[in-house]
Design a protein around this ligand. Structure first.
Ligand code: NAD
Length: 258
């Protein structure tokens, strides 16, 4: 047997095991990461083509203290957001596969993604742990508005628009490093992870806390943990099944066996 066919057969049996576990579950918790959306043309942060892998400086735009104190960084951040591939992206087969799983079980997705693609694919229980690209928020009064209004102001010559309610600094409604998670959303993720029959971590390096700790909660509560990712993660030794494969085709294969 060649090494390629050996790898294929190992992956195939892992996919069959995942389908058996998901197929027998009444409630599934998915922790989704940026790898879910790379097949929609949105780069992740830490993968081989990731935003930070290619440009480590871009990481500063996601640091709240740097964003507050550096007006030039905010100008660059608005330009980056306006040219983000998120604006034109469409759901891919991985997003659609997870939406399809809802027909026979409860599927709660705690997503680290900010792109809204899981909801657009039809998933109805999506908890946005790291907020949304599609709204603006004021760092002073927390006013939230559809993001397009701010993009229009940038296009019309305001490189770093201020909040129209209080004059405060605006950013996207996403959670930067140094910002706290929404308490209700976090609690809903904790509840779903601690009560699920099966937990999956899909397309995440599992390097960001506290999101990754949801895997620990699920395992501590007795649920098998399934990891689907292109690269190894620090949680692989904790998992019942690890599938190292491309997410869209892998989730399609699992769906076909359900
Ligand atoms: P990450 O960049 O740290 O990890 C992504 C992982 O997915 C990597 O291990 C990579 O190898 C894997 N991967 C990428 N494409 C894949 C594919 N097609 N098939 C299989 N594996 C694939 O992402 P993270 O763990 O989600 O954490 C980083 C932060 O990134 C999150 O806070 C999130 O808010 C933010 N983010 C979100 C988006 C988005 O909304 N689409 C995009 C970039 C970053």
């Amino acid at each position: 047997m060649s090494s390629v066919s050996r790898l294929t057969s190992v992956t195939e049996s892992a996919v069959a095991t995942v389908a058996r576990l998901v197929g027998g579950a009444r409630s599934v918790f998915v922790l989704a990461g940026a790898g879910m959306s790379t097949e929609s043309g949105i780069p992740d942060f830490r993968g081989p083509e990731g935003l930070w892998t290619r440009n480590p400086q871009a990481q500063r735009m996601f640091d709240l203290q740097a964003y507050r104190s550096d007006p030039e960084l905010r100008v660059a951040a608005w330009q980056m957001r306006m040219s983000s591939p998120i604006r034109a992206a469409a759901p891919n087969s991985g997003h659609r596969a997870l939406a399809g799983w809802e027909s026979a079980r409860r599927v709660t997705i705690g997503t680290q993604n900010i792109d809204g693609l899981q909801q657009r694919a039809g998933s109805t229980h999506v908890l946005e742990l790291h907020g949304s690209y599609w709204e603006s928020m004021c760092l002073s009064c927390d006013d939230r508005q559809p993001i397009q209004g701010v993009f229009d102001r940038v296009s019309n010559g305001e490189p770093d628009p201020a909040c129209l309610c209080c004059g405060g600094i605006l950013k996207t409604g996403t959670v930067a490093f140094g910002q706290t998670l929404d308490g209700d959303i976090w609690q809903a993720c904790v509840d779903a992870a601690a009560t699920c029959d099966v937990a999956l971590a899909i397309g995440s390096s599992l390097a960001v806390q506290p999101a990754a700790s949801l895997c620990d909660l699920a395992v501590a509560a007795g649920a098998p943990l399934i990891i689907v990712n292109g690269a190894p993660t620090g949680y692989d030794p904790t998992a019942t099944v690890v599938v190292h494969g491309q997410i869209g085709p892998t989730l399609d294969d699992i769906s076909r066996l359900l």
